[in-house]
Design a protein around this ligand. Structure first.
Ligand code: AMP
Length: 188
């Protein structure tokens, strides 16, 4: 199954991506993880993107798209994959459509969670992990930026009839079960 997952910051998207991919026996492809691993290993790509990521900016589309194109060409993606954190821009959406060609995506999982519990959860995490920069103003700002940035992407996939909306409120297990149940209805 060829999937991508979208959801607001703090909704547990990365956790759900790994669980769902494991259930389906497909790899998770997280561009954020790929960048972080390259930074840790000190590769040429890592050196190129470190400053951009530290500043909280987006890595240029051409760099990100080339990485995803290479990754999707690996043999373990032949039976499907779950993209997490890509695409993030309309340019990337169009690149992905070109990379996948006629086969396309089977579904776009959209995790939908109430904002207030998310803000509360992120504030608590910031306190526990002693990250004073993650205050209520920056957290709310990140949410707004996410909503604005993803609106056109969701509209594109909605028009293509690919959106599978999943209630992201509740425990991690409850949300995983809900995602799995909604995927049962997706045609492959
Ligand atoms: P994430 O773990 O998905 O939050 O990604 C961490 C960082 O990697 C982001 O803040 C961006 O700087 C970069 N990044 C990840 N995915 C993308 C993408 N699709 N396009 C551009 N930059 C990305």
């Amino acid at each position: 199954m060829r999937l991508l997952i979208m959801g607001p910051p703090g909704a547990g998207k990365g956790t759900q991506a790994v669980r769902i991919a494991a259930r389906l026996g497909i790899p998770t492809i997280s561009t954020g993880e790929i960048f972080r691993s390259n930074i840790t290993r000190g590769t040429a790509l890592g050196l190129e993107v470190k400053r951009i990521i530290d500043a909280g900016d987006y890595v240029p589309d051409d760099v990100t798209e080339a990485i995803v194109a290479d990754r999707l060409a690996e043999p373990d993606c032949a039976n499907g994959f779950l993209l997490d954190g890509f695409p993030r821009t309309m340019h990337q959406v169009e690149a992905l459509d070109r990379i996948l060609g006629a086969s396309g995506l089977n579904a776009v999982l959209s995790l939908e969670a109430d904002m207030e519990p998310l803000v509360a959860r992120m504030l608590k995490r910031a306190e526990i992990e002693n990250r004073p920069d993650d205050n209520e103003t920056t957290i709310r700002h990140r949410m707004e930026v996410y909503t604005k940035a993803t609106e056109p992407l969701l509209a594109h996939y909605r028009a293509a009839g690919l959106i599978v909306a999943v209630d992201g409120n509740g425990t991690v297990d409850e949300v995983t079960d809900r995602i799995a149940a909604s995927l049962d209805a997706v045609k492959v």
